[in-house]
Design a binder for this molecule. Structure first.
Ligand code: DGY
Length: 321
């Protein structure tokens, strides 16, 4: 008998066909609507494998309904949507998709930094709204990137890729991480600091740490107060790392210069959210890894992990302790 698999969103056909070769597949066949909780609760009861996205919250209550589940393959590097401890206690393998999205996510992080520093979205709107009457000395002036100090919080794969980009732009690179990385420091010519020093000295503070109870609201009122008035905050990791109420206040009262966010506490962010009223915020809809090539690679990698586990092999990337 073929193993049963549930896929929680319409995937690129290549990945689905790959899984179908050896599994009985059911799929939530919509591209832009997440699978409703009650559907997932029903589907998870019998399946051997679950292929899911970061939009599905796989908590203990849901996992307790799974009678045969052997593997959860998450098509994302971040896996804060899954209660890994509960899965591990039930003997369920959990896998993610690191590496393939590193450079693509670093690209968007840098793009967001540049767009925010040089007010690209505001400038484009200015032109389209017919406000451009003449060239003027201080019109739409922003912040320089060359020669500025960037502080990277979280020196994982994407943090390092960001540091390489920053070097290419002639920036001075500081980083703060759980552990100091001497080899990487030498290789990239970057400097380790404590969090406070990083916040005080950086012109750009870039959040690239995974989301966990330890990093929840890592950037909140006191941290924003430590930052320079001219500083810019960029977050492409997970929304919960930055306290949005505190950020709104800091941006509104010009305690910091601007922010670029690709991730939010609640996704999609409500159109009524106060942050979206601010001209000094550049916001994108969680598109860090969204190049066609990278998303296809992620979809394929997650399919491979699912099949490896169902074949009783160890998937290439598992996150259980
Ligand atoms: C991830 O993989 O965790 C990103 O947030 C989406 O690609």
């Amino acid at each position: 008998m073929k193993p049963k698999v549930y896929i929680t969103r319409k995937l690129p056909s290549e990945a689905v066909e790959k899984i179908k070769q050896s599994c009985e597949v059911r799929m939530w066949d919509k591209e832009d609507v997440p699978v409703p909780r009650d559907v997932l609760e029903k589907e998870i009861t019998e399946v051997d494998g679950l292929y899911c996205l970061l939009t599905e919250s796989l908590d203990e209550e849901l996992l307790n309904k799974a009678n045969n589940l052997k593997v959860i393959s998450n098509m994302a590097v971040g896996y804060n949507n899954i209660d890994v401890e509960a899965a591990t206690n039930k003997g369920i393998i959990v896998s993610n998709t690191p590496d393939v999205l590193t450079e693509t996510t670093a690209d968007i992080t840098f793009a967001l930094l540049m767009a925010t520093a040089r007010r690209l979205v505001e400038a484009s709107d200015y032109l389209r709204e017919g406000k451009w009457k003449t060239w003027s000395p201080m019109q739409l002036t922003g912040q320089d990137i060359f020669g500025a100090t960037i502080g990277i919080i979280g020196l994982g794969r994407i943090g390092k890729a960001m540091a390489r980009r920053a070097n290419g732009f002639g920036m001075n690179v500081l980083y703060y991480n759980r552990s100091q990385k001497n080899e990487t420091e030498k290789e990239l010519g970057i400097t380790y600091t404590d969090k406070e020093t990083l916040l005080k000295e950086s012109d750009y503070v870039v959040v690239l740490t995974p989301y966990s109870p330890e990093t929840h609201n890592l950037i909140s009122g006191p941290e924003l107060e430590m930052m320079k008035k001219s500083a810019i905050l960029i977050n492409t990791s997970r929304g919960g790392i930055v306290n949005e109420k505190a950020l709104y206040k800091a941006l509104k009262e010009n305690e910091i210069y601007a922010a670029g966010l690709d991730v939010f506490e609640e996704e999609p962010i409500s159109l009524n959210h106060p942050l979206l009223t601010l001209p000094n915020l550049v916001a994108t809809p969680h598109i860090g890894s969204a190049s066609r090539k990278t998303r296809l690679k992620m979809a394929d990698m997650a399919a491979d992990h699912l099949l490896q586990a169902l074949n009783k092999e160890k998937p290439d990337h598992i996150v259980n302790p």
